[in-house]
Design a protein around this ligand. Structure first.
Ligand code: ZN
Length: 133
């Protein structure tokens, strides 16, 4: 049901600044930029997965609040699933706490939903079903 790590989300104060590290210092390509409903996102594909740099659009958005509490850094790990509705149902049935009871739209028009970190050893896990091509 879970295929791979879809991406690793990194919370930053400024995506343009953070891109410099990945592009200029580490030599990785930035292949896209998008404003998802809540965040400015930069995409850095790496092997079969990618890093997503996330900057909150609103000063009190989830990413901004995360940075206030914990500083910049890894925010979540996204797991790619075939059928997010089914995955959410199964995880709920197995007793995991969900942040999102229903999927919502993420970057690249994917369907996403977050699991609560209290049930996942402190890791914020995102389920991600990519938009069908
Ligand atoms: Zn994500």
């Amino acid at each position: 049901m879970i295929r791979k790590i879809a991406h690793i989300g990194v919370a930053v104060k400024n995506v343009k600044e953070a891109e410099k590290l990945y592009a200029e210092v580490l030599g990785l390509p930035i292949t896209g930029r998008e404003v998802s409903p809540d965040n400015k996102v930069s995409f850095i594909p790496l092997g079969d997965t990618s890093i997503e740099l996330l900057e909150s659009v609103e000063p009190d958005g989830a990413i901004a609040r995360h940075i206030e509490k914990r500083g910049e850094g890894i925010h979540h790990i996204a797991l790619e699933v075939d059928n997010i509705e089914k995955a959410l149902e199964e995880m709920k049935a197995k007793g995991l706490a969900l942040i999102d009871q229903k999927p919502r739209r993420g970057a690249h028009d994917a369907k996403i939903a977050f699991l609560h970190p209290k049930g996942t050893y402190g890791v914020l896990l995102e389920l991600c079903e990519p938009k069908k091509q």
